[in-house]
Design a protein around this ligand. Sequence first.
Ligand SMILES: *[C@@H]1O[C@H](CO)[C@@H](O)[C@H](O)[C@H]1NC(C)=O
Ligand SMILES: *[C@@H]1O[C@H](CO)[C@@H](O)[C@H](O)[C@H]1NC(C)=O
Ligand SMILES: *[C@@H]1O[C@H](CO)[C@@H](O)[C@H](O)[C@H]1NC(C)=O
Ligand SMILES: *[C@@H]1O[C@H](CO)[C@@H](O)[C@H](O)[C@H]1NC(C)=O
Ligand SMILES: *[C@@H]1O[C@H](CO)[C@@H](O)[C@H](O)[C@H]1NC(C)=O
Ligand SMILES: *[C@@H]1O[C@H](CO)[C@@H](O)[C@H](O)[C@H]1NC(C)=O
Length: 309
Amino acid sequence: MGLLKVSYIVTLTTVLWVVLTTLFPNIFPGYYDHGDMQNKDGYLYSAYYNSLNTPSILKNNLTDSHILLFTAHPDDESMFFTPTITELTKENYNNTFHLICLSNGGYDGLGSIRERELRKAARVLSIDSVKVLDYVDDINVYWNISDIVKSITDEINNVKREYEFEENKSLILLTFDQDGVSSHPNHKSVYQAVKTYNKLTNTRAYSLKSWNILVKYSGMLFTNIEVAMKWLAKCDDIKSFLSRINISLLDHIIADISKESIAIYSDLNSLFLNFSTMTWVHFSQIVWFRWIWIFSSKYMNSNELVPIS
Ligand SMILES: *[C@@H]1O[C@H](CO)[C@@H](O)[C@H](O)[C@H]1NC(C)=O
Ligand SMILES: *[C@@H]1O[C@H](CO)[C@@H](O)[C@H](O)[C@H]1NC(C)=O
Ligand SMILES: *[C@@H]1O[C@H](CO)[C@@H](O)[C@H](O)[C@H]1NC(C)=O
Ligand SMILES: *[C@@H]1O[C@H](CO)[C@@H](O)[C@H](O)[C@H]1NC(C)=O
Ligand SMILES: *[C@@H]1O[C@H](CO)[C@@H](O)[C@H](O)[C@H]1NC(C)=O
Ligand SMILES: *[C@@H]1O[C@H](CO)[C@@H](O)[C@H](O)[C@H]1NC(C)=O
């Protein structure tokens, strides 16, 4: 009986999620001002002009850049960063996306298989270049920060050399935040190194916010609330009605989800892509508890990026 109730709730939140993230933006395409993007058409090629994310990507200048995502293990990109990757690699944003994975995830002796899977996942996700470094995958070890800073410098210089540019302004670094999503010491070391590099060179950098356990395993529940709030905030009639009866709650919630950080949501199209990178590409990593992650993790349907400074 309990299981039946859970399945009702899951079905309901999923349907609501599809309506909010995919149907609504298509039914009311004019609702968002996407500036120049509006003229560039085609879902496959575009910063999908009906996407919920486009305005904040444009506002934060996450375009026309070389984006370097630093992760610790093959499958980090698919478990945590897919919404970000699928959004920022859309063709109209004109980004070039580089994935640098610091280890081959060889803790269980599967290093070479996982490295192959990573390269396959990168192709599925339209990532332009992949590099796997040789830090040792170990859940008990903090990696040497100055070594990683040196690796970051090398990788950036490689990109600058290969694409023939000098300036730092067209570079964007992405990585975990200080809690590393799962508190894995390898993840945290990568964050510390990117932060150090950011201090040294002023290069733009963003970290993936680690949510608390309730939010992390909320599936689509909190995502629905956030997206619904965003829709409501756009609707002047509802806003003036709420202010007439003096409800300021809405403002608090909107302020909270829009301050500083950049929220990125998947829609139905990118969620399928997400699911397939985990279940099909990273097959060697599929153990029973991964299914719990896939169906209950909010990281599968949204990301929140926080500027590092
Ligand atoms: C984006 O770039 C424009 C023009 O260079 C600048 O005025 C604006 O402050 C930038 N926005 C952010 C969030 O960096
Ligand atoms: C795309 O980005 C590159 C820099 O990475 C820039 O030189 C080029 O002008 C951009 N193209 C468009 C169409 O904005
Ligand atoms: C990190 O490595 C550098 C050399 O690469 C070394 O000088 C330094 O002592 C190491 N730091 C730690 C904390 O082990
Ligand atoms: C750009 O980055 C390089 C390191 O890659 C650094 O040496 C240089 O100082 C940076 N330039 C500026 C203007 O911050
Ligand atoms: C409306 O709410 C504000 C606080 O948010 C309060 O100061 C004000 O007295 C309220 N007005 C009415 C008419 O309830
Ligand atoms: C699925 O997408 C969400 C957000 O779009 C992302 O956090 C997650 O890592 C993705 N997972 C897969 C398997 O793509």
